[in-house]
Design a protein around this ligand. Structure first.
Ligand code: SF4
Length: 392
């Protein structure tokens, strides 16, 4: 764990299926399907795609009874904990509980009849199912918006504490909470405030973050800032895109902060006028080829010139520093030899497989002098990222 991070905030621990959330458990990643949940086949394809990319749990929308009726099959075949997203219907919430979902997302404040809150709390307690309270700036109680003038951080936190109280009044404490806002500074402020007032585990997210580029920046700053302060127990990146992209980005955020182990850490220089070859094309080819391999955590560097390249390439498990017409290949800090440009990718892949075997045989990623700075975190699954070197 990076020494740059604050200590993780101490929260109560809950379990979503076999995934522990809070209480020092690794920060988990979740996403949400975009299919009609009643369409079991399509929903399962997406659940499996998300799980394969590293989602620890997957949420599905349950707006209608047909969706609730599909839940038993999705739970049985999903392969990861399934969370049912219920808006306010006690009937759908109870059907989801009966279906065996591993978590519910429901706001008790949306239930008009207080006895319904008790019914849901009792049913979830009997089955060991946690509830996420999802407070969202866009759907905040009108009275709170009127009180604060707009959905401020204070308004979100007041709503969250009220909702937590509604469940705790029935002795139900297996709760996690989100206070999402589309405005990143407001979102950060809301989570900070809430973290100071409750030990409930926090589900972090920037709501309606937008398209992949804009959403990546907003989410990395919003979620990343809080995680770096030790706040946050599970995350969901929201993008206007295939939810698989949400999981990939979530993993990159955790990996960057040293909160999840890296499958391989890819360092590629941004290129500049000194580059001796097309670094972008080389990096893309290496990334595509490496992604198909089953490698232990290791670092691979692709650098565009002999000026700054050899240093980074030498520090990685495997590295290339391009020179005119040929490139210098490094492995575990040692210079292996010069390879013509058109043979660089093959040579790098061959060497990566060799080093991977050595790492596996040694049973550790620390294989001696010249070892790479592979990030070692507490994650459950490997991830991939592209680190960017900088011109001098
Ligand atoms: Fe790449 Fe740095 Fe060399 Fe420029 S100076 S080509 S950015 S390694």
């Amino acid at each position: 764990m990076s020494t740059a991070l604050y200590e993780r905030r101490k929260t109560r621990q809950i379990h979503v299926g076999d995934v522990a959330v809070g209480g020092g458990a690794p920060v988990s990643i979740q996403s949400m399907t975009t299919t009609k949940t009643e369409n079991v086949g399509e929903t399962l394809i997406q659940v499996h795609a998300l799980a394969t990319q590293g989602a620890d749990m997957v949420r599905v929308a349950v707006p209608h009874e047909a969706d609730a009726r599909a839940l038993p099959s999705i739970v049985a075949e999903g392969g990861v904990p399934i969370i049912a997203d219920i808006h306010f219907s006690v009937r759908l919430a109870l059907l989801a509980v009966e279906a065996g979902v591993h978590g519910l997302r429901v706001n008790p404040g949306n239930m008009r009849n207080p006895s319904h809150v008790k019914d849901v709390a009792d049913a979830c307690r009997d089955r060991g199912i946690p509830i996420r309270i999802g407070v969202n700036a866009g759907s905040l109680d009108k009275k709170l918006v009127a009180k604060y003038g707009r959905p401020t951080a204070d308004a979100l936190v007041e709503s969250a504490l009220h909702e937590i109280g509604l469940l705790e009044a029935h002795g139900f404490t297996d709760i996690k909470v989100s206070v999402k806002h589309q405005n990143v500074p407001e979102m950060i402020a809301a989570y900070r405030l809430l973290a100071a007032k409750t030990d409930v585990p926090l589900h972090l997210g920037v709501t309606e973050a937008g398209t992949p580029k804009q959403g990546a920046v907003k989410s990395a700053i919003g979620i990343g800032t809080l995680l770096a302060e030790g706040i946050g127990d599970t995350i969901r990146v929201s993008l206007t895109a295939d939810p698989v992209e949400e999981v990939k980005l979530g993993k990159q955020i955790l990996q960057t902060l040293g909160l999840r182990e890296s499958g391989f850490d890819f360092v590629a220089c941004p290129s500049c006028g000194r580059a001796e070859l097309d670094v972008f094309a080389l990096a893309e080819e290496v990334e595509a080829r490496i992604a198909k391999l089953d490698l232990p955590p290791m670092q691979i560097a692709v650098m565009g010139c002999e000026v700054n390249g050899p240093g980074e390439a030498r520090d990685a498990d495997i590295g290339i520093a391009a020179g005119p017409g040929r490139g210098l290949l490094f492995a575990k800090g040692k210079q292996i030899g010069w390879v013509p440009h058109d043979g660089l990718v093959d040579a790098l892949i061959d060497k990566a497989l060799e080093v991977a075997e050595e790492i596996r045989a040694a049973g550790t990623t620390d294989t001696g002098p010249g070892q790479a700075s592979v990030i070692k975190g507490a994650g459950r699954r490997p991830v991939m990222s592209i680190g960017m070197g900088a011109p001098e």
